[in-house]
Design a protein around this ligand. Structure first.
Ligand SMILES: Nc1ncnc2c1ncn2[C@@H]1O[C@H](COP(=O)(O)OP(=O)(O)OP(=O)(O)O)[C@@H](O)[C@H]1O
Ligand SMILES: [Mg+2]
Length: 488
């Protein structure tokens, strides 16, 4: 039950509400009590003033105990209030006169008992009031020294706090009734509100629970894109978009990969079946069959190696193995190696790598990138064409450009040539190049350049030919190859 956010929110809300109401009730009680006491005190002082004025007027400058007693008695008879008691004490604390009604002596008895205790401490003090209790009743006491008929006395005014007590009790009673009711209302209101505001979250959770790899195209319903829940749903939908895209890429990759593998495997099987179908064949026939099998097996090996490289790169597991070498030498070596392939099509391969270009990088991977570019240039350049590979250095970057005199790449296909398995014209590529590529060379090449902190771009392509340029920082640092992203 407590695992529900709704319940937890309601409990928190109720606890906070209870604390606020209790603090409010206690503060109100204390303020009302304080006000009541202040008002009572000033009323007592006024009554004492009036009482003493009467005593003064009655004594009228005369002296003697009799005069004092007489004037006090007159003042008492003139100041008869229901809840107020006037007591006049002489210097030694004995009662000279009191307005206490003889028929109800028990009423103030307790308040009078402790009279002498407070008399000495409070008489003449700055705030000569105290509160005393008699049974359930409370009394406010006021001590005021005065002299009349040349006698020093103390007037004690005792006022019952019964009306104030009654009012405060009513206040407490009201609080006791209203506070639980308010808490009950607030907590049920809080629960309702929490339920209402969390309802979209519950709905989102249920919707999200139904989304799996099979229906990744489904999205959460966004009721209000501007509020927090709308923003959450939007972020979740964006995440689903990315996942969907990634799943789609993976699906396409697997489909393309299996498609590319199927062709050489089918040729291998077919060729082997045909060769074995007749028991007696001439050595030439066997040789021809074997060379077809060899070519297809080699192509298969190439595709599997490329796929393996890309799979490792995707998983972020490929580590560079940097060594120190001269890039110009590597480029010249690659150009030399490709000359045999080029001469079959009477294509001249020129290499312009004069300057020394020392580099610390993964030589094997860079060789692969350069060979891929040269292979493409030769493959997609018609007979008697030429391919030029140029090296240069600018702004602490080495550049390798491979330029050919081929028929170029159509403008609409240019943005896609670095995608995996993309070939401009799948049929033409294959037939022209005797078992053409799978469309992985450029994506691997771009990944290799990026893994070295550089880039690989198509810098020119028109009907007179194409130029691919790779830029590599002249000092390499990171040995860890990042995950492949842009070359997909
Ligand atoms: N120099 C070029 N001239 C014309 N088209 C090119 C050139 N280089 C690449 N392309 C086009 O870009 C496509 C992708 O090239 P990529 O190197 O990735 O694949 P591939 O050469 O077909 O196969 P693989 O390299 O896997 O053997 C090619 O199929 C081709 O259509
Ligand atoms: Mg290629």
């Amino acid at each position: 039950m407590f695992s529900s956010v709704r319940v937890r929110l309601t409990i928190w809300y109720t606890v906070v509400m209870t604390c606020v109401l209790l603090v409010l009730a206690i503060a109100t009680y204390l303020i009302v009590l304080n006000n009541a006491i202040r008002r009572t005190d000033s009323a007592i002082v006024e009554q004492a003033d009036s009482f003493l004025k009467t005593v003064d007027a009655e004594a009228n400058g005369q002296t003697g105990v009799e005069v004092l007693l007489e004037s006090v008695t007159v003042a008492i008879s003139e100041h008869r209030f229901r809840d107020t008691l006037f007591i006049v004490l002489d210097q030694s604390g004995n009662i000279v006169a009191s307005s206490q009604e003889p028929e109800r002596p028990e009423e103030h008895s307790a308040a009078l008992e402790s009279l002498h205790g407070s008399l000495h401490s409070l008489t003449g003090s700055k705030y000569p009031f105290d509160t005393t209790r008699s049974g359930r009743r409370a009394y406010r006491r006021y001590f005021r020294p005065f002299s009349a008929a040349q006698k020093l006395c103390t007037l004690v005014v005792l006022q019952s706090l019964h009306p104030q007590q009654e009012f405060l009790e009513t206040l407490i009673g009201t609080f006791a009734l209203v506070i639980p009711l308010a808490i009950l209302l607030a907590s049920s209101g809080g629960y309702f509100l929490a339920r209402r505001s969390l309802a979209p979250v519950t709905a989102m959770g249920a919707q999200a629970g139904r989304i799996s790899a099979d229906n990744l195209h489904e999205r959460l319903t966004i009721e209000n894109a501007k509020d927090e829940l709308g923003a959450l749903a939007l972020s979740f939908n964006n995440l689903l978009d990315r996942l969907d895209q990634s799943f789609e890429q993976q699906r396409r990759f697997v489909a393309d990969a299996s498609h590319e593998l199927r062709t050489p495997v089918a040729i291998l099987c077919g060729e082997a079946d045909v060769t074995l179908s007749q028991p007696n064949r001439s050595p030439e026939e066997y040789r021809e069959s074997l060379s077809i099998l060899h070519a297809e097996a080699y192509r298969l090996k190439q595709i599997v190696e490329d796929l393996f490289t890309l799979a490792r790169a995707d998983a972020g597991q490929y580590r560079l193995s940097p060594t120190s070498f001269y890039l110009d030498e590597l480029v010249a070596e690659c150009a030399r190696n490709m000359r045999t392939l080029a001469s079959a099509k009477q294509i001249t391969v020129r290499c312009d790598a004069q300057k020394e270009m020392p580099l610390e990088a993964d030589e094997t991977l860079l060789r692969r990138m350069i060979l891929n570019l040269l292979d493409n240039a030769i493959k997609y350049t018609p007979q008697n064409g030429s391919v030029t590979i140029t090296c240069g250095e600018q702004a602490s970057q080495y550049s390798i450009s491979v330029q050919d005199t081929g028929q170029g790449i159509p403008a609409d296909a240019q943005p896609r040539i670095f995608e995996r398995f993309f070939r401009v014209d799948k049929v033409r590529s294959r037939s022209e190049s005797d078992g053409g590529g799978a469309g992985l060379g450029l994506s691997i090449g771009r990944w290799i350049a990026e893994a070295h902190g550089g880039c690989l771009e198509l810098t020119r392509s028109d009907p007179n030919g194409s130029t691919f340029t790779a830029l590599l920082p002249s000092s390499q640092t990171s040995p860890l190859i990042p995950r492949l992203s842009s070359s997909r």
